[in-house]
Design a protein around this ligand. Structure first.
Ligand SMILES: [Zn+2]
Length: 310
């Protein structure tokens, strides 16, 4: 979602944006760098986290292993339920993803797993993660008043859109719709930027940019990042023609500013499904794809789900 006067500036900032992105990726590259957390708990249960220190807007990959499959298990991250799923029938290992919202207050947070042991007793164990402030650029822009102060009718529409989106992101489908790695939504495009960018418009702080922008020609086909079900496919005030895909277990991807929508709510999609075409609908001036990732309501850098198979 970009603004008029913002478009040329973005081009100039592209190189910087890529550098920031690379730095962000290096800072959180899980599984490969030291910093993994492994906590041994009662009854031979082990909690694993890909990182003990992470940044706002990141994804954490979690695992719970036990000598025997756990019964009545549940995960929690700072008061939010974190769904866990099994992959394959042979192992009792549970997998999960924790989204660290791009505005999550820096601090130390517990990831708590609870279960019942063979005797039916309630057990729990926690591992801790430190969240650091993300390194996001701040941009100060002066734009036309209408972009900062929509009229009451536009404002009402935008609020209704927001309510609708919140209801979608709050629902967790206990299904593993995705199958394998997530992919970038445009063929042949591997770099996107602007995630987390803080914006100050006409001196007023606005919500940070929660997606990744890919510059592309209008009409370029946009594909689903992975298999899922279409949760929303309609025109919204700020994001224009928008598609949201539910991948299951609280994982959603969003595709905005489309010139055309090729799916409808309830449709099953695969990575071969064209969900729409790149456009410039909503609050934009140049055609581009705005791609968002939400994990249990947390707004996360979508590039991370491509790098780590959930
Ligand atoms: Zn955007």
């Amino acid at each position: 979602m970009s603004l008029t006067s913002d478009f040329m500036r973005r081009k100039r900032k592209k190189i910087l944006g890529i550098m920031v992105l690379v730095a962000g990726v290096l800072a959180v590259a899980p599984g490969r760098l030291p910093g993994q957390v492994r906590k041994t708990c009662e009854g031979g249960v082990t909690l694993k986290l890909n990182a003990g220190v992470t940044a706002q807007g990141s994804l954490l990959i979690v695992e719970v292993a036990g000598a025997k499959p756990l019964a009545e298990f549940a995960g929690d991250w700072d008061g939010r339920a974190i769904p866990l799923w099994r992959e394959g029938v042979k192992t009792g290992t549970l997998h999960g993803l924790i989204g660290v919202d791009l505005e999550k207050a820096p601090g130390r947070y517990a990831w708590k797993v609870s279960w019942k042991n063979a005797a039916g007793e309630a057990k729990s164990c926690s591992a801790f993660v430190t969240v650091r402030a993300g390194k996001f650029p701040t941009e100060r822009l002066t734009v036309e008043k209408q972009f900062v102060q929509p009229d009451p009718e536009q404002e009402k529409r935008a609020e209704e859109d927001q309510k609708k989106m919140r209801a979608i992101f709050e629902s967790v489908t206990p299904e593993h719709y995705w199958d394998g790695k997530f992919q970038l939504p445009l063929k042949g495009v591997t770099t996107g930027g602007n995630f987390g960018r803080r914006r100050i418009l006409n001196g007023e702080a606005r919500s940070p940019h929660a997606g990744v922008d890919f510059p592309a020609l209008a009409g370029t086909p946009v594909f689903a990042a992975q298999a899922g079900k279409v949760a929303l496919a309609e025109e919204l005030y700020y994001s224009g023609n928008t598609v949201v895909i539910d991948h299951g277990y609280g994982i959603y991807t969003l595709y905005a500013h489309l010139s055309a929508i090729e799916v409808k709510p309830g449709d099953s999609v695969t990575p071969a499904t064209e969900v729409g075409k790149v456009g410039a609908t909503g609050r934009v001036t140049g055609p581009h794809l705005h791609w968002g990732l939400t994990v249990e309501r947390a707004r996360v850098n979508a590039m991370e789900i491509v790098q780590h198979k959930p």
